[in-house]
Ligand binder design. Structure first.
Ligand SMILES: [Zn+2]
Ligand SMILES: [Zn+2]
Length: 378
């Protein structure tokens, strides 16, 4: 497609922006698809918009003058770029000249076409262990369903919808708008029947003609093992019902997990703080560590462990969502507890311990000192 932009707009190669603008106005008014019903009007109107956009932009125009359309593509004004602005951009240009025309008729939504119902969302709070072991949860739901009284027709029983007298059933009317360039005849949706072409003089008393009514129900959903906070589950078709035979929307259940008293969770791993005594740290020990689901496991604490060290229990964390037989790990962070109160016997032992420590320190410093002296006397 190599139609010349100057020819499309019917202007000289030397045309000023003012001349281009005025040429565009004249042609646009003839080719606008709301006005011109020729089958190629839409295509021509698009071409016109493209020519106008390029010639009004100094940089693009210079590129076009020198290298034509290929030059524009080469300069990065490719078809996907700002150059190919489709109908949205055209509508904007057109509106800037003539005011909002309500969009092209081809883009209007047919009120009689099937429409999908709205999606709904629900926030579900579950326990820490439900997320690990999975659960079955009930969700109270309120959504639009086809009205039971009129089976979704919106019409009281014994009556029918009637053809709209304003538009004679077509759903649209002609509207003449005055613009600075004269009158434009537009086809707009019929205001009397909202574009449906039909009237409903005897609407259903329950749904007032909408054909839909709010319904409450409870649904049960299966929470998979390993689900995490912030994840969402889709329950298909449990959103609002559609219109004109369109499908229902979906229900999205957003998961939030209540915090646990002792476990912290990060994805598939669990974290726990475990307090031990000075004696346990010095001598080592074997202790019971709680696991999810009221279980425990034995953990060996090595002698000489330090405050803040972390021990790992493999494969006892959170199940993988897509493979629950595999699990993450539990990380046990050691917290060294200094006794706040001690018994008499403990005090005796601690004093003895302190004496031993002092003696060994003295010995150490003596031996250091003697080594130092030796070194100097040589
Ligand atoms: Zn009508
Ligand atoms: Zn009804």
């Amino acid at each position: 497609m190599s139609a010349n932009y100057y020819e499309i707009l019917e202007v000289e190669k030397t045309a000023t922006k003012e001349e281009i603008k005025s040429a565009f106005r004249k042609k646009a008014i003839k080719l606008h698809p709301d006005v011109n019903k020729a089958p190629d009007a839409e295509e021509k109107f698009k071409e016109l918009g493209k020519a106008y956009e390029v010639l009004m932009d100094d940089e693009k125009r210079a590129m076009y003058d020198q290298y034509g359309e290929e030059g524009l593509a080469g300069a990065g004004y490719a078809q996907q770029g700002p150059f190919d602005f489709g109908f949205g951009g055209l509508d904007e240009i057109f509106a800037s000249f003539f005011g909002d025309m309500g969009g092209f008729s081809s883009r209007r939504v047919d009120p009689n076409a099937p429409q999908r119902g709205s999606d709904l969302s629900y926030q579900l709070e579950i326990d820490f262990e439900e997320a690990i072991f999975g659960a079955e949860k009930e969700i109270p739901l309120e959504h639009l369903e086809p009205c039971k009284m009129c089976s979704g027709s919106g019409v009281e029983s014994g009556y029918k919808k009637e053809t709209c007298t304003t538009c004679k059933g077509s759903g649209h009317i002609k509207k003449v708008s005055r613009t600075i360039l004269g009158n434009i005849t537009q086809i707009v949706p019929c205001p009397n029947c909202s574009g449906t072409g039909q009237m409903n003089p005897h609407p259903c008393k329950k749904c007032k003609g909408s054909g839909q009514s709010m319904a409450k129900k409870t649904i049960s959903i299966k929470i998979p093992q390993g689900i995490d906070s912030g994840m969402k589950m889709r329950v298909s078709q449990e959103g609002d019902c559609g219109k004109n035979g369109g499908p229902s929307g979906d229900l999205f259940v957003f998961i939030r997990i209540k915090p646990h008293k002792i476990f912290q969770r990060n994805n598939i791993n669990l974290f726990i703080n475990y307090p031990i005594s000075l004696a346990q740290a010095a001598l080592g020990d074997e202790v019971d560590i709680p696991l999810p689901g009221d279980r425990t496991t034995k953990l060996k604490i090595p002698s000489g462990i330090q405050d803040g060290d972390t021990l790992k229990i493999k494969g006892e964390g959170v199940p993988y969502l897509n493979n629950p037989s595999q699990k993450g790990d539990i990380f046990v962070k050691i917290k060294l507890l200094t006794p706040k109160k001690i018994s008499q016997e403990e005090e005796k032992l601690y004093r003895r311990l302190l004496e031993i420590e002092k003696q060994s320190k003295e010995k150490q410093s003596e031996s250091l000192l003697s080594k130092f002296k030796e070194a100097i006397s040589r």
